[in-house]
Structure formats: structure tokens, C-alpha cells
Design a protein around this ligand. Structure first.
Ligand code: SAM
Length: 364
């Protein structure tokens, strides 16, 4: 799966434990699905998952990992991934924008990305099968990128992995879940909260001012394949300026979260919360109590790699100080009074494994 800030990879055991702790759950709505690794893990456990995210690349990930069932698409996926993997490179918009004007990828990999993406477009496949091909392309590109994990900037000198050849791999498709077929939606979370009826809603909004569209604009362009106008050193799509989420605004976050929590159709909520976010834990708990009894699971772990290396200007000089190196992630389970919820004890996490970074230059 792709590198993604706020991905809940290390928190999966706790999220699964929280959902298992709720009696009688069959369907889970994931309102901010991101990489879909949470939906994928829930599907593997037999839950029917309804995933939602407002970004197109996250929608593709959810179609692949949540909606596509292995028995329906695996044969086509294997054949087409092998066919696409043999295509010679052909430079186009992607190479020009992300390998020449900026340096997110080596040009020879960019040329193959151009050729493969264009071939996928030409096939005019059903949307789920198309997503099952777009995801290996995104993941292959992610394995050879030259960033610290976000696309606000590329590295000053090439990351070691950027020298590797792009390699497509069939994604980890799952068979249909016992509880039924999953669905992937691409809507605003507020709308999804009202529309997606499930036994549990998992709520994992962004928690700071950094927009996911800005941080992952290359994936959005790769999936939309709309050759947008761009700006700045990082060649960000111009719509990064308008497509904002209230969850990325200190002022708008709390009212947006209150509206969302008030309108969630599911009776039980599992809410992810970091102590680095816009809201204090007490404030959040007060809102959650309006929905039912609040049960808490906490986990302390090392912060993301950017926090470990510090902040640099385009000349590679250190310009900022590193803040704290650990943070605490909380999971709140909010259930109607009287529903028995038994959560495992809190644990302290080890180091999160990442490639060693080089000095990052800040983009636009
Ligand atoms: C913290 S990440 C979720 C990470 C995810 N749980 C995972 O493990 O990969 C937050 C996600 O919310 C999405 N998002 C932000 N604002 C949104 C909105 N208003 N409606 C729907 N999705 C939104 C972002 O695109 C991002 O993928």
C-alpha cells in the first residue's frame, strides 16, 4: 500500500479489537478511508465495508481493496497487470510534469507510468476493474518515488529507491466478505455519514492543516488523468487551491466534526483521535458523549519521519526545530447506553519502519 500520513497501519489491531468489541456487527462504514487499509483489514475479517473518501485516488484504492472481490477480478487483473508491465515507456504529461519540471520520479519510470496509464484509459474497463489496475500503478510509482512520503516537495538528491525499475504487482485482493459485498464511495464525509447505513461508523478525519490533496496531488492526477494546469515547484494541480476540507482548518474543524457526528446514521462510532490535532481530548469527549457512552483505547507511538528529521529550506539548510517525537493515538468507541463494550488494555508501540530520508526541499 502507498505511504500515507495518518494511515492507520500500526493501529489496525486496536481498530479491529474495537469493532469486535461491539456485539452483532456485520457492516462497517469507513467515512475517511484514505489508503483503505482499515477497510481491507475489516473485509478480511468478514465485515461488509462501505468505504468513503472525497479524493479520486482514495476512491480507486477503496474500489480495489474493499469493493472488488477476488473471485470476480483476479484472473483479469493478473492477465492485464502482466500485459501492462511489458509496455515500453512513452513520455507524456506525467513525465514532463513530474520527472522534468519537478523530480518526483526518474524519467525512465515516468515514461512507463505514462504508457501504462494511457493504456488503462484506452481499454475503457468497468470502473472496479480499472481501479484494480490503477492501484498497482500507484503503488509501483510509490515504491520508486523520491519524496519523504508527501508530495509537497521532492528530495534534493534522488532517493535510493528512485533508481529502481517500476514494477507492477497484482494487489492483495480479498474474496467477498461473509457479511456481503463492500462498496466504495467518493463523497463528502458529511453526506456519507447520513447516507451510509452500517452497524458501526469508523471516523478518521484529517487532524491538521495539511490538505491530503496537496500532499498526494500526484496520485490524484494519475487517477483522474486530466492533465491539469499546475503551479509551484511541486507542480501541484491548480484545484489544490479550491478543493479544501473543513477538517483541515483549525476554525472549521470542530463545527464540521460536530455536524458529522450528529448526522452519522450508524448507532455505534469508532473515532480515531491524535493528541496532535486541532481539538483537545476533553472537547472531543464532550461531543462524543452526546451520542452515547464513551469507551477509550490509547496507544503511544513514534511520530512520522518528517518530525524526526526536521524542517529544511530549498538549499537543504535546517530552518525549523523538531517538536516532540512521540504522540498518543486514541480510539473512542461510542455506543448507546447499556451496550457491553470490552476493550483490550492500552499498549506502547515501537518504531514505525520507514526508509531513511535525505534532506527534503520544500515545494510550493
Ligand atoms: C487520516 S486520513 C484517513 C486514513 C485512513 N484511515 C488510512 O488508514 O489510510 C483522512 C482522510 O480523510 C479524507 N478527507 C478529508 N476531508 C474529507 C471530507 N470532507 N470528506 C471525505 N473525505 C475527506 C482525506 O482525503 C484522507 O484520505
Amino acid at each position: 500500500m502507498i505511504k500515507y500520513l495518518g494511515s492507520k497501519r500500526v493501529l489496525l489491531p486496536e481498530i479491529l479489537a474495537a469493532v469486535r468489541a461491539v456485539p452483532g456487527v456485520r457492516t462497517v462504514a469507513d467515512l475517511f478511508s484514505g489508503t483503505s487499509r482499515v477497510g481491507h483489514a475489516l473485509k478480511a475479517e468478514g465485515y461488509r465495508v462501505l468505504a468513503n473518501d472525497h479524493l479520486a485516488f482514495a476512491h480507486a484504492l477503496a474500489r480495489c481493496y474493499v469493493e472488488a472481490d477476488r473471485e470476480d477480478v483476479a484472473r483479469d487483473a493478473e492477465r492485464l497487470v502482466a500485459e501492462l508491465g511489458r509496455l515500453p515507456g512513452r513520455p507524456g504529461y506525467f513525465t514532463e510534469t513530474f520527472c522534468v519540471r519537478s523530480r518526483f520520479f526518474q524519467p525512465r519510470n515516468g515514461e512507463r507510468i505514462d504508457a501504462i496509464r494511457e493504456a488503462i484509459r484506452r481499454k475503457g474497463l468497468p470502473p472496479v476493474l480499472e481501479a484494480v489496475l490503477l492501484v498497482p500503478l500507484m503503488e509501483a510509482a510509490d515504491r520508486v518515488d523520491s519524496t519523504t512520503g508527501v508530495q509537497m516537495a521532492y528530495l534534493k538528491s534522488w532517493a535510493p529507491r528512485a533508481w529502481k525499475d517500476l514494477e507492477l504487482r497484482v494487489p492483495a485482493l480479498l474474496p467477498r466478505a461473509r457479511a456481503g459485498r463492500g462498496r466504495a464511495h467518493c463523497a463528502d464525509a458529511l453526506e456519507a455519514a447520513r447516507e451510509l447505513v452500517a452497524d458501526v461508523a469508523y471516523v478518521d478525519p484529517p487532524y491538521n492543516q495539511h490538505s491530503y490533496l496537496g500532499n498526494y496531488h500526484v496520485w490524484e492526477t494519475l487517477v483522474c488523468w486530466d492533465a491539469p494546469e499546475f503551479y509551484g515547484t511541486a507542480c501541484k494541480r491548480v484545484d489544490c487551491r479550491e478543493r479544501r476540507s473543513p477538517f483541515n482548518s483549525r476554525r472549521a474543524f470542530l463545527p464540521a466534526l460536530e455536524r458529522l457526528l450528529a448526522s452519522v446514521a450508524s448507532p455505534v462510532l469508532v473515532v480515531s483521535f491524535s493528541d496532535e490535532g486541532f481539538v483537545e481530548r476533553d472537547e472531543l469527549e464532550a461531543i462524543l458523549r452526546t451520542r452515547g457512552e464513551v469507551h477509550v483505547l490509547a496507544r503511544d507511538y513514534k511520530r512520522y519521519v518528517g518530525a524526526q528529521i526536521g524542517i529544511y529550506n530549498p538549499r537543504g539548510e535546517k530552518v525549523g526545530r523538531v517538536g516532540r517525537l512521540r504522540n498518543t493515538e486514541f480510539l473512542f468507541v461510542v455506543a448507546p447506553p447499556g451496550v457491553p463494550i470490552s476493550l483490550p488494555p492500552a499498549r506502547r508501540a515501537g518504531r514505525r519502519r520507514r526508509e531513511p530520508p535525505r534532506v527534503a526541499s520544500r515545494g510550493a
